[in-house]
Design a binder for this molecule. Structure first.
Ligand SMILES: Cc1ncc(COP(=O)(O)O)c(C=O)c1O
Length: 237
């Protein structure tokens, strides 16, 4: 067995979820209680009946990628070539960490409190990782200076979940701008930022920050799991 897999601790959230009794109110997994809209399921079934369920090119169906690029409209996401379709955003996060980090030299910086998968993926890949802890006495607000000051010479990627699981905190637009300014001011090899935006459509502030609006070395992951209650469906990274 791969010893790296053996070393990874089981997810506490999953352990608790596995003990759920029928009728319990589940606040553990990030799952909207709404059912998906039937029209999406009908459209997918119609498409499959008419076209079959075929392999696509590796990066995903170019027509879908084009629509995704237009939907998000981030400056660096120009056209289908900057979009990669994965099955759920966890796969997008996995592919981003696997692709962008050389485990021999590059470190991942995880902005905590964070979704546990980021560190586990780094562990699985044998990539070094460190945590930078947002302050509990500041309600875990995104302190951009704290994050950037934690970057060192080996850091090649920062992963930020915003809106955050588990805190619900949202990086604000001014924070995203400042993060970009500070990272660009460092010079040298760029530090990639992976923003997990899976809760993007469940945001209740007027000025949510999208790092991709300001910083060219950004990878954004999102999916339909939360916004449309369609878990396991294709998404964008
Ligand atoms: C922050 C975060 N990222 C990623 C995922 C996984 O998303 P997906 O279902 O799209 O793989 C979850 C699921 O709970 C999550 O909370």
């Amino acid at each position: 067995m791969n010893p790296r897999v053996a070393e990874i601790e089981p997810s506490v959230i999953r352990m608790i979820a596995a003990k759920k009794k029928s009728g319990a109110i589940d606040l553990g997994l990030g799952e909207p209680t709404l059912l998906p809209q039937q029209r999406f399921i009908d459209a997918a079934a119609r498409w499959a009946a008419e076209h079959g369920v075929k392999y696509t090119v590796n990066a995903g169906d170019p027509a879908l990628s084009e629509l995704i690029a237009a939907h998000y409209g981030y400056p660096g996401m120009r056209g289908a070539r900057n979009v990669c379709i994965t099955t759920g955003s966890q796969e997008a996060v996995f592919v981003a960490i696997k692709t962008m980090l050389d485990p021999a030299t590059d470190e991942l910086l995880v902005v905590d409190p964070a979704y546990p998968a980021y560190a586990k993926i780094a562990q699985l890949e044998g990539a070094p990782y460190r945590h930078v802890h947002l302050r509990a006495d500041e309600d875990f607000r995104y302190d951009v200076d704290l994050i950037v000051d934690a970057v060192d010479r080996a850091t090649r990627m920062i992963v930020i979940g915003s809106p955050a699981n588990p805190t619900g905190r949202v990086l604000r637009d001014a924070d995203a701008r400042r993060l970009a300014e500070r990272l660009l001011a460092r010079g040298g090899k760029p530090v990639w930022v992976l923003q997990d935006e899976i809760y993007r459509e469940l945001t209740y502030v007027d000025d949510p920050g999208h790092i991709a609006d300001y910083y060219p070395y950004t990878i954004v992951a999102n999916s339909l799991s939360k916004s449309n209650a369609l878990r396991g469906c294709a998404s964008a990274g």
